[in-house]
Design a protein around this ligand. Sequence first.
Ligand code: PNS
Length: 164
Amino acid sequence: MKRICIYPGSFDPITYGHMDIIARARGLFDELVVAIAHNIRKNSLFTISERIEMISELTGKFGNVTVDAFDGLLVDYVRKRNACCVVRGLRAFSDFEYEFQMALTNRKLNDSFETIFLMTHENYSFISSSLVKELIEFGGDISAFVPEPVEHRLKEKLYVHREQ
Ligand code: PNS
């Protein structure tokens, strides 16, 4: 049976930190699904379709990576996709509490899959989508944090926002 792993997140936008997790996790499974969650509690900068486009463009070179979006609970999506695993990146100790709570809650809801954590490469351990958005807002250089197509899209968004 095909071993499918889900990499869920907001990816608003995708950073080099996410790319690093994708590149390493895809080697461990037959298929890695980057799954964008419709997050009702977060005010997103990019629409789901924009995020799908960006991630697809950046991961197109990887044969076993697909991109999708889901509504509702992650555990239901994992079941629907017949996945055996969920992967999340751990950047710093500060991520641990949130990740631990999510993984254990998910296991209580459905114990038929495992959550695994990959340590983000030390070069990217301090990068977050929120930080990138704040930097670009104030004119900071984000080229070390996000791939060029993402930087381009961020600048486009900012331009549109400023024009409004
Ligand atoms: O990139 P993020 O914002 O840290 O990702 C969080 C995400 C999307 C993985 C989490 O919020 C999630 O799984 N959302 C789907 C809804 C759900 O299942 N919530 C209960 C989690 S215990």
